[in-house]
Design a protein around this ligand. Structure first.
Ligand SMILES: Cc1cc2nc3c(=O)[nH]c(=O)nc-3n(C[C@H](O)[C@H](O)[C@H](O)COP(=O)(O)OP(=O)(O)OC[C@H]3O[C@@H](n4cnc5c(N)ncnc54)[C@H](O)[C@@H]3O)c2cc1C
Length: 406
């Protein structure tokens, strides 16, 4: 296989794979290196439930990924928000905002499989898998990486490296890009769950000092259940049997969705925020979790990373329309990318972090303020509209593919 590409994507998780799909037809030689075995799937293609914004659904349909899903996305038509110990609650309805749904929920494993199917159909994509990037040399006009595959090492070179290699990005550190980190001191438990009231388009988010508790509607009559717990309690809660966990969840969540009947296999994730201080170094560009890993509370991480990928692909396409085959790592193009991502990135980071910290703080003064804010939110369409529109994936410069249904 040729060891030189125009664009080499490091990491084939949800964001790297989406970028490869978005670059199809660009006329450039695109390559992708992914460490995991095809049979096991990328680590992020697991049992987590992903709430996809309307913008992401539009884009994934346009990229022909959605038709490959084993289970159709389950629409979110209403969202009920409350907090333990605070006064009031609010229910948001998509139809109030002129939409049929806010977004929809899919299983990460099934979205990963649909992306894989799409990648298999990209005749021009060169793939190294399973292969691990062990060194990144970002300098010069032709940055290089060293990969290890089947016990052998070799070098690949490109005109642009895209680091989509996740939270602990090797490429980010090799490029000398620092990151700001915050440990939320929480773990998030995720599982499927059934109650005696099957989902009917309603999602629930209940905040508490230990972290958020949420139910997301899923296809097949069950919910995706998320439950934040203090990091020190994670081991004890992971050791609970299903009946004990069902009781625990019921006690944390309450009875809004009925009695918890059954819980599925649980997984849990430590939660931290890791935000890269730059998005570009030389001819290396960061995307997805490598650029920013955020608290899942606002369901924004993949949605934001997908917009990273769509934005770069779109800027490249615009350059191509103007002046033939563009240089994918041209400094002016990368500077345009950073500028194009600024507003969406900054507001989404502030939204997710603010939500995680504000809602976890139990001080009485803050509780009163939160209740007032919730009241204002419930009563004032002018307060609600921009927040809801942002959460639906319409912030800053919106990528074309995200704007309209395919
Ligand atoms: C519990 C939970 C719930 C979530 N819910 C939502 C939600 O509802 N909505 C939402 O939008 N987001 C959600 N997220 C966030 C979302 O899952 C992530 O933002 C997204 O998966 C990030 O994808 P990525 O491709 O950037 O990174 P990753 O998934 O981390 O992928 C990185 C890839 O790079 C590969 N890699 C790493 N290092 C190397 C190397 N040296 N060589 C080769 N390959 C390498 C890895 O194998 C991996 O496949 C949630 C996250 C969690 C934990």
């Amino acid at each position: 296989m040729d060891t030189s590409c125009d664009i080499l994507i490091l990491g084939g998780g949800l964001v790297g794979a989406s970028l490869a799909c978005a670059l199809d037809g660009s006329g450039l030689r695109v390559g992708m290196v992914e460490a995991s075995e095809p049979a096991s799937g990328a680590p992020g293609f697991d049992e987590r439930k992903l709430a996809l914004s309307l913008g992401s659904l539009n884009a994934l349909a346009a990229l022909e990924v959605l038709p490959g899903l084993a289970t159709p996305p389950a629409p979110i038509r209403r969202i009920h928000v409350s907090r333990v110990g605070d006064f009031g609650s609010v229910e948001l309805r998509a139809d109030e905002f002129g939409r049929e749904r806010f977004g929809a929920v899919v299983l990460a494993r099934e979205l990963g499989a649909a992306l894989e199917t799409r990648l298999d159909g990209l005749a021009d994509l060169a793939r190294w898998r399973p292969a691990r990037v062990v060194a990144v040399m970002p300098e010069g006009e032709s940055p290089r990486v060293r990969i290890e595959q089947a016990g052998e090492q070799r070098e690949l070179q490109a005109r642009l490296l895209v680091a989509a290699d996740g939270t602990r990005s090797l490429a980010r550190s090799a490029c000398g890009i620092g990151a700001d980190e915050h440990d939320y001191g929480q773990h998030l438990f995720v599982c499927s769950l059934q109650t005696d009231r099957p989902p009917d388009g309603g999602a629930y988010e209940r905040f508490s000092a230990q972290g958020p508790v949420a139910l997301l509607p899923m296809a097949g009559g069950h919910y995706g259940a998320l439950c934040g717990v203090a990091a020190g309690d994670a081991k004890r809660i992971a050791a609970m049997d299903d009946a004990a966990y069902a009781d625990y969840f019921q006690q944390r969540f309450g009875w809004r969705a009925g009695r918890v009947r059954r819980v599925g296999k649980r997984s849990h994730y430590p939660l931290s925020r890791v935000v890269a201080r730059d998005l570009v170094a030389g001819r290396c560009l960061l995307m997805g979790n490598a650029a920013q890993t955020i608290h899942p509370v606002g369901a924004q991480g993949f949605n934001l990373g997908l917009r990273d990928a769509l934005t770069y692909a779109e800027l490249l396409q615009d350059r191509r329309a103007g002046a033939g085959v563009p240089d994918p790592g041209e400094p002016a193009l990368l500077a345009d990318y950073v500028e194009a991502r600024r507003e969406d990135r900054e507001s989404t980071l502030a939204f997710s972090d603010g939500l995680a910290r504000l809602t976890a703080n139990d001080s009485p003064g803050l509780s009163a303020l939160r209740s007032l804010a919730l009241l204002a939110f419930a009563q004032s369409p002018s307060v609600r509209a921009p927040l809801v529109s942002g959460a639906m994936g319409f912030r800053g410069r919106i990528p074309r593919l995200a704007r309209t249904p395919a």
